[in-house]
Design a binder for this molecule. Sequence first.
Ligand code: GLA
Ligand code: ZN
Length: 668
Amino acid sequence: MRYPPIVKKVPHILHGGDYNPDQWIKWKDTIWKEDMRLAKLAGINTLTLGMFSWTALEPEEGQYSFEWLDELMDMMAENGIAAVMGTPSGARPAWMSRKYPEVLRVNEFRLRNVHGERHNHCLTSPVYREKTRAINEQMARRYKDHPALAVWHVSNEYSGECHCPLCQAKFREYLKNKYKTLDALNEAWWAAFWSATITDWDQIESPGSPGNGGHNGLKLDWRRFTTEQFVDFYLNETAPLKEITPDIPCTTNLMAAYTGIDYARFAEVFDVAAWDSYPQWTSAEGNGEIGLRTSYYHDLMRGLKRKPFMLIESCPSATNWRPVAKLHRPGLHKLQSLQALAHGADTVQYFQFRKSRGGPEQHHGAVVDHQGTENTRVFREVADLGECLKGLDDLVGMDTPVETALIHDYQVRWALEDVKGLLQEKTGYGETLVNHYRVFWKRGIPLDIIDSRQSLEKYRLVIAPMLYLLREGTAERIDEFVRNGGIFVATYAAGYVNESALAFPGGFPGPLKETLGIWCEEIDALYPGETNSIKWDGRTYRAFDLCELVHGEGAEVLGVYGSDFYAGTPALTVHHRGKGRAYFIAARTGEDFLDDFYRRLTGEAGIRPLFEELPEGVTTHVRSDGKKNFVFVMNFTNGKKLVPAESGRPGIALEPFEVKILRSETNL
Ligand code: GLA
Ligand code: ZN
């Protein structure tokens, strides 16, 4: 399957990045002109403008000054460079904070911030919403017919929360709409505990400050509300863009590691997923693990819309905010860029095109350094990539064929973060997901990372580690998937609570009990260094951190615990149900167990890797339109590697950090 290009008039891999030309208005006759030359020389076909330009665009309230941007847009069009147009709400003019203090964010201690930096705005403030909408409308009207306009990049890294009186009132409104009665709210929050019962909507306070850490239910609702605030804020920003320029896609730059917003919900409103990737590469062998985690994030971001996404920011060299701003070793730039494409990106964009002379990011890697010319290693590597991307038009819009899904749910993560019990700080939802993912990455078996509300129809194997909280309908969807022949894997800490963080009565894993054919009676948490074991298939594997005590209720016992008072009881089970089966891994294990377990499962499911053997630190990923395939073979180590020859295919030799792209026209 092939999706249309993100920008129809630019049917190429988009290559470019954040450009902050308003910092150079005074020098525009030299610097801007030179920038156009340098961009073309680097094979750049798109630049992002406007993102932090509010003061340059509206120096006084209601007085707009677009002339400089007009000139630049024309220059870009003349030079064949498309504009990703940023809306400026990420940072605002000082006059606005002075005149309307309500636009400033209030922290969890109920203290209002002073003006400065960025991302410092209230999400409710009617004034801020009106002002952002107005400037966006101006921009849309001005450039709607401009040949350079390609994408709307809305705001910048939406994040944080605001606790001002306006936001408190809106939170109460949200809860009123959700629960209708205080009785329903009190029950959902189990408010009788510690006398937390609310008797008037006005008593409700956002959680987070000392004295009001918050009940689990309240905290979950606050995070959901905060997500809705961003959804709503985004919709307010995009309303004029959608109306005036309906054909221009809108997106916003996400941070894959950020968990303050339920991105799966947020994704419903943007046209294409886009994210900022800043892996902390090292110079040593350790890059394999960093490559793996970066792949995980790419897949997480692709899973939001299950279609090609944008690598909307990345760094061609040292990232200034890292504690150690290490240079990218030669070759890493190309590797990280092609890795994104391998995992479904249709763009390679940077922060930033030209280094700013001053300000907090003056030392952040850029295509053009302070030295100002093309005569740098980084520039040459970017230009070299630009050349390579020109040969990849055929990749644009290609799907990522997968048969396996890993369920990642922001709301499960939130519920687990709030858990008192289990292992608390080491509950490790994110790490657990990465550990399961690692097995597939090492073998080059692609998978989707999806939210628990997404449909499971297209998969053969679905893995849901630590599915602690079950959203409405998830258990039913999983059961149907299994009965229809799917293979499902759940682990310890599954099916404990409903969407309000209320424990399921009748035992765990709650509504998944029948699917898994088990009942979990207790869960043991182990001290650091303590271990138990799982005996399965003639081998003994280490178990640690969390060991759940399980009774089979229809499931077959495959593996048992090796020690402690629950020695000999089920530690690994399978339940045959309908045409499929559901596995349960009762304890946290190391890589050895997960490797063997999934090797067995993928074998049974007929899910085959592209290559039988991959050396350590090497992985593959594939994109395909169903007829043509691009197989990316990537070496994340600083050593030479060889993918061994297999029947009908010679070995593949890889230089340090090299990527080979194999094109084929066979059925994979
Ligand atoms: C983020 C922001 C950019 C810039 C970079 C620096 O991704 O969106 O504006 O600050 O970080 O890495
Ligand atoms: Zn507010």
